[in-house]
Ligand binder design. Structure first.
Ligand SMILES: NC(=O)c1ccc[n+]([C@@H]2O[C@H](COP(=O)([O-])OP(=O)(O)OC[C@H]3O[C@@H](n4cnc5c(N)ncnc54)[C@H](OP(=O)(O)O)[C@@H]3O)[C@@H](O)[C@H]2O)c1
Length: 327
């Protein structure tokens, strides 16, 4: 049995579906059961869906029984109230590691992050870095993956640009000089690496940086999204210092803000990898971030975009309806 934490998340639901395809028994641990039923409804009869909160160790113990490997994906990139980086990304990981050890589980695959370090000046990257240090010192048979930003139909990175473009019909604001560097990696490629790690003992004790096939500036990413949408905009460069107060207001007003001040900070750190293990270690040809591969963005409607930023996304609405129907 493979226990996947954060199983209904973006990477999680793609990973669970791939594990099922490969005939692996999966226990999908989620925070919100209703959301999980929407995201994983199609494979639900073939997996075990369980509820666990990484901040409450007592909810984890039971789900470690009979588990051969844990793939730990839970983390947050946007904080909300008590859901802080330290509580979920760091202490949450410590709790999952401790629960695995207590139950005698040996294999542990941790989803870290490119640039994460216990010494990072950025709280998000530091929270993931401290967590990875704990994993590496746990005595478990661990492997860690460190992807750059992950793109795909459900991502919160390129799709945010596409939605913002739909909201800004003439001019589109480019953050800073637009030269911040990224190396977007496709979700399916990251999933393939996680899956191969499970059965490959030679990956034990290693951290793998994973990136896409090319380094792109933020402005080049926007250009590709514009091409994918078959549209154009006048690009206006807005200094980060000017955007910060606007983003802070947006953060206070929108239930699901497209960007937060702490994510804005991260633009200062190039999100590229020195050695791309996706290619050098796992022999995967990374899927490129091209307008053709982004064509799914053309289906985003203005209504779902507004719903996503100002209130509930379509998916959340489905979750709400499913919950109402049930109760
Ligand atoms: N997306 C990227 O670009 C990217 C890049 C590099 C690394 N990563 C790493 O990849 C992993 C997965 O990212 P993702 O993009 O798939 O994130 P995601 O879609 O936000 O999924 C994370 C999941 O964690 C669950 N969760 C949050 N708090 C929880 C808690 N207290 N207890 C139990 N579950 C909790 C959430 O489930 P509920 O909603 O059910 O609570 C959510 O579905 C993370 O470790 C992230 O740091 C992501």
């Amino acid at each position: 049995m493979i226990l996947v934490t954060g199983a209904s998340g973006y990477v999680g639901n793609n990973l669970v579906r791939r594990l099922v395809e490969l005939g692996k028994p999966v226990r999908a641990m989620v925070g919100n059961l209703d959301k999980a039923l929407v995201r994983l409804g199609d494979v639900e009869p073939k997996i075990e869906i369980v509820k666990g909160d990484v901040t409450r160790p007592e909810t984890l113990v039971e789900w470690m029984q009979g588990v051969e490997a844990v793939i730990h994906l839970v983390a947050i990139s946007m904080e909300k109230g008590k859901r802080t980086y330290e509580a979920i990304n760091t202490q949450g990981t410590i709790n999952v590691v401790d629960a695995a050890k207590a139950a005698g589980v040996r294999r542990f695959i941790n989803m870290c992050q490119n640039g994460a370090s216990a010494n990072s000046p950025y709280r998000f990257l530091r929270s993931k870095g401290v967590a990875q240090e704990y994993v590496a010192q746990s005595g478990l048979d661990w492997t860690a993956t460190r992807p750059t930003v992950i793109w795909g139909p459900q991502d919160e990175f390129a799709n945010v640009q596409a939605r913002l473009i739909k909201l800004t019909p003439i001019a589109f604001p480019i953050v800073g000089d637009g030269k911040a560097q990224f190396q977007p990696v496709y979700v399916g490629d990251v999933v393939e690496v996680l899956v191969s790690c499970v059965d490959d003992p030679s990956t034990i004790g290693h951290e793998y940086e994973l990136g896409g096939p090319e380094v792109l500036t933020y402005e080049e990413i926007v250009d590709r999204v514009l091409k994918a949408l078959h549209t154009s905009r006048i690009k206006v460069h807005v200094p980060v210092g000017l955007l910060r107060p606007l983003v802070a207001i947006m953060q206070a007003v929108f239930p699901n803000p497209p960007v937060t001040t702490s994510l804005l900070d991260l633009l200062a750190v190039p999100n590229v990898v020195a050695e791309n293990a996706l290619v050098t270690r796992f022999n995967i040809t990374p899927k490129p971030f091209t307008p053709d591969n982004l064509s799914y963005m053309r289906d985003f409607s203005l209504t779902t975009t507004l719903g996503k930023f100002f209130g509930r996304s379509l998916e959340e609405e489905k979750v709400r309806r499913a919950a109402m129907h049930k109760h």
